[in-house]
Design a protein around this ligand. Structure first.
Ligand code: SF4
Ligand SMILES: [Zn+2]
Length: 152
């Protein structure tokens, strides 16, 4: 467990991209919490509510189908967050995003790179694949595994 009480050490974030995304979210929540929640100032650590939000974000990342090709969540065609958590993430990022530039410049830079990445909804990829397979039944077996399909 890290200082926020989250389980990142034993999490199922399988790719470096997903682990970096979690770290970016962790830094943003830390900035938000320190400036908004008294409990954080008293304890010198992220408050219970923010730890719960981080745990939610981590669970979403564990199930994220994009893996190494993950876009920013704001540009994701799936939008797997529930409405309330998505709005909360938007508010945190609007506050912490500009502050990331000087507190965590590398993560901020990589977030800009991630913003440029475009992905399709998995259903659209499957539909296109089905059309292609109908035209050429051997096309699927010539390709790579399921994760690669999301990165087409
Ligand atoms: S919103 Fe999209 S990119 Fe973000 S964790 Fe969910 S599926 Fe992955
Ligand atoms: Zn907090």
């Amino acid at each position: 467990m890290n200082k926020h009480g989250t389980a990142a050490g034993g999490s199922l974030l399988l790719t470096p991209r997903l682990r970096r995304e979690y770290r970016t979210m962790e830094c943003m929540v830390e900035i938000w919490c320190a400036d908004h929640h008294d409990e954080a100032a008293r304890r010198g650590a992220t408050c219970d509510d923010c730890r719960a939000f981080l745990a939610y974000a981590e669970r979403r990342l564990e199930k994220c189908p994009y893996g190494e090709a993950k876009p920013t969540c704001a540009k994701c065609p799936i939008h797997c967050y529930k409405r309330a958590q998505r709005e909360h993430a938007r508010v945190i990022m609007a506050y912490a995003g500009p502050r990331m530039t000087y507190r965590h410049p590398w993560l901020a830079l990589m977030h800009l790179v991630d913003k440029v990445r475009k992905v399709e909804h998995p259903m659209e990829i499957r539909r296109r694949r089905a059309r292609r397979d109908a035209a050429d039944p051997h096309a699927t077996t010539r390709e790579n595994g399921p994760d690669d399909r999301l990165q087409e």
